[in-house]
Design a protein around this ligand. Structure first.
Ligand code: NAD
Length: 368
């Protein structure tokens, strides 16, 4: 059988720096755990624009469709801010998400004990936190028609349409239930069924899918505004949260920041299963290309390394190896290794991107 395949798209700014550390981690799993991947690398974002005049070539798009998983760094930067919208770096990422039809965006909010002091919340509220927000990514109010700014009599009207089909809700609900089965078997679905018809349909469809296919998973429903309140009051009551594109956008940012630094946050975007049963998948850190620190060796590679851990778990069914990698990161933090974003003034000398990567490899070695 051939090796599973990975396409690495480092992108711009700190993207290539952090992905270089991910590459070392991938090699470590090949050398030490018999997990060998066929890895190819290509350009995306501003880097692709510089080389080809487009933020994503058709060839790279075709490669992304063929591989088992895509690992992306970050795209964008001030150099490209004045480009036409159609060739901006972000268009490359949007094209990947759209053409791969990545409808389920997984955003974990996990608080490493060593970083609990970094949260804006009280330590006892976030310490040990481990929740997963599943956000619908390809439909809802960001895509619904009609949309636009129109003239109505003497004034302008801004219009967006929240629209969900049954099948769009059903497929993201299935993603959430499948995930819950790999975790604590608990899903909370959030919408505004009290004031929105699309929320009524959302609640009905999630319940139908649950009752017919996942009766073993505990399901609850919450209005999204109450959900935001509960997430800040006692986030540990949740395991998997499934919600639409708009609410998910806000709730996942809120949940993510419970845990501290942007440099620690991974994400996955999953689509329908391919012929080999693996979902179409793109893994990327939540952060951007951080042009303010690009090239200085200050970038924290952990978000990207943890994104690869998500790939091990969700694309390659290697949950134990994913846990090994997450525990290696946790050990490094517990040992006090910190990049600059995880330090306060006067805390001493920060580790560089490469040193942080080396510390993770050393912790992986120690795990054997
Ligand atoms: P950003 O996430 O790049 O940076 C925000 C702040 O966090 C900066 O101070 C940065 O130095 C810091 N930071 C981010 N990642 C870090 C890391 N790994 N280690 C240490 N510090 C880190 O967001 P921004 O400044 O709003 O955007 C910069 C560029 O990135 C823009 O062009 C934006 O469009 C793009 N962007 C891309 C993505 C993506 O590729 N998915 C996401 C967000 C922003």
């Amino acid at each position: 059988m051939s090796n599973p395949s990975l396409l690495i798209l480092p992108g711009d700014g700190i993207g290539p720096e952090v992905m270089a550390e991910v590459r070392k981690v991938i090699d470590w799993f090949g050398a030490n755990r018999g997990l060998t991947f066929d890895v190819s690398e290509d350009l995306v974002g501003g880097a692709a624009y510089d080389a080809h005049g487009t933020p994503l070539t058709d060839e790279t798009m075709a490669k992304a469709q063929q591989v088992d998983a895509v690992l992306l760094g970050a795209v964008g930067g001030p150099k490209y801010d004045k480009l036409d919208f159609s060739v901006k770096p972000e268009r490359g990422l949007l094209r990947l998400r759209k053409e791969m039809d990545l409808y389920a965006n997984l955003r974990p909010a996990q608080c490493f004990d060593a970083l609990a002091d970094f949260s804006s919340m009280k330590k006892e509220i976030v310490s040990g936190l481990d929740i997963m927000i599943v956000r619908e990514l390809t439909s809802g109010i960001y895509f619904g028609e009609p949309r636009g700014v129109f003239k109505d009599g003497n004034e302008r009207v801004g219009l967006n349409t929240q629209r969900y089909t049954e099948s769009e809700i059903a497929r993201v609900a299935r993603s959430a239930f499948e995930l819950a089965r790999k975790r604590s078997n608990k899903v909370c679905s959030m919408e505004k069924a009290n004031v929105m018809e699309s929320g009524v349909l959302w609640r009905d469809v999630v319940t139908e899918i649950h009752d017919a296919e996942y009766p073993d998973v505990e399901l609850s429903h919450m209005y999204a505004d109450a959900g935001a309140m509960q997430l800040t009051r006692w986030p540990k009551q949740f395991d998997v949260i499934v919600t639409d594109n708009l609410f998910g956008d806000m709730l996942s940012d809120l949940a993510a920041m419970l845990t501290g630094s942007l440099g620690m946050l991974p994400s996955a975007s999953l689509g329908s299963p391919m012929e080999n049963g693996r979902p179409k998948a793109l893994y990327e850190p939540v952060h951007g290309s951080a042009p303010d620190i690009a090239g200085t060796g200050k970038a924290n590679p952990c978000a990207s390394i943890l994104s690869f851990a998500m790939a091990l778990r969700y694309s390659f069914d290697q949950g134990d190896e994913a846990t090994r990698l997450e525990q290696a990161v946790e050990k490094v933090l517990a040992d006090g290794v910190r990049t600059a974003d995880l330090m306060q003034a006067g805390d001493g000398t920060p580790a560089t991107t490469v040193e942080m990567g080396q510390a993770v490899i050393a912790a992986l070695d120690a795990s054997l």
